[in-house]
Design a binder for this molecule. Structure first.
Ligand SMILES: NC(=O)CCC(=O)C(=O)O
Length: 273
């Protein structure tokens, strides 16, 4: 499919897992009503973004209520759902920051476990240590769908251009970042990074953030965004809860890649070991 609408659910997350699940269900339906064929949720959409809460909110693929809701919503609305991310527990008890991808039949077609954990201490700003409770993923995620080839990575993963480039070289036409930047790095780097990954790799970027919850410990920056392969911002939210939509058009992607063929002009022999 060369042209389709993508919807981002910029939802507010509260300390009530079941309420978050139901909010996501409603917003996925709203995005579908707006014509979206691909619907994306934010990072940790069923759980406040706080390390110590991740294990309590975690669920396993086999019997998780969040995962069940995502599959149902995809099938009922006949949309591809990129389920933001949730804390996922494996058989050994490890907890990952994981994004699940469902096709229009509700089949699980992809899973990305956040590779780069957000362990930072910015003086006078954000201090966060995901590795206190989370394990890191160890692979790249590129999913073939009925709409095209999509790379999925999570939030801090966007700061590693190597990962985005590797996904583009594997065929990704769209790179999806469920994310949750905060009030310090959000204004400084969010748009810059999303547009940089788009222009570097000549892909569409879909960046899905939570809405700002003024009562939350971690204050999300919001500003969910859709960027085209020329680095134009096609749609952007503010901080509030909302569904934004934009058009992905692979003819634009082909035009940009034909006119400015940077991916063909790479010289890996110069800069790879
Ligand atoms: N949830 C995250 O990975 C946050 C990343 C972030 O805020 C950044 O600046 O990078």
């Amino acid at each position: 499919m060369s042209v389709f609408t993508v919807g981002i659910c910029q939802m507010g997350v509260i300390p009530d897992k079941l309420a978050n699940i139901e909010k996501a269900r409603t917003m996925i339906g709203d995005a579908a009503i707006k014509g979206s064929r691909l619907v994306v949720l934010p990072e940790m959409f069923n759980c406040p973004y706080q390390s110590e809460l991740f294990p309590d909110y975690a669920e396993s693929v086999a019997d998780g209520p969040t995962i069940t809701m995502l599959a149902e919503c995809a099938a009922q609305n006949k949309v591809i759902v990129v389920g933001g991310s949730i804390p996922e527990k494996d058989e050994a008890g490890n907890v990952f920051n994981t994004s699940f991808v469902f096709n229009e039949n509700g089949d699980l077609i992809g899973r990305h476990r956040k590779v780069h954990l957000f362990d930072v201490a910015i003086k006078g700003g954000t201090v966060f240590q995901e590795s206190k409770t989370l394990a890191a993923g160890s692979s790249m995620t590129v999913v073939n769908t009925s709409l095209g080839t999509m790379g999925v990575a999570i939030c801090y993963d966007v700061r590693f251009p190597e990962l985005a480039r590797a996904m583009a070289l594997k065929g990704a036409q769209v790179i999806i970042y469920p994310a949750a930047f905060g009030p310090v790095t959000g204004p400084a780097h969010w748009e810059l990074l999303m547009r940089a990954r788009a222009v570097d790799n000549q892909v569409y970027i879909i960046a899905a953030a939570p809405a700002l919850n003024a009562a939350a410990e971690y204050k999300a920056y919001g500003h969910s965004m859709i960027v085209d392969p020329w680095a134009r911002v096609l749609a952007v939210a503010s901080e509030e809860e909302t569904v934004i939509t934009g058009k992905v058009d692979f003819r634009t992607l082909e035009k940009v890649r034909d006119e400015l063929p940077i991916l063909k002009h790479r010289k890996p022999e110069v800069y790879e070991d």
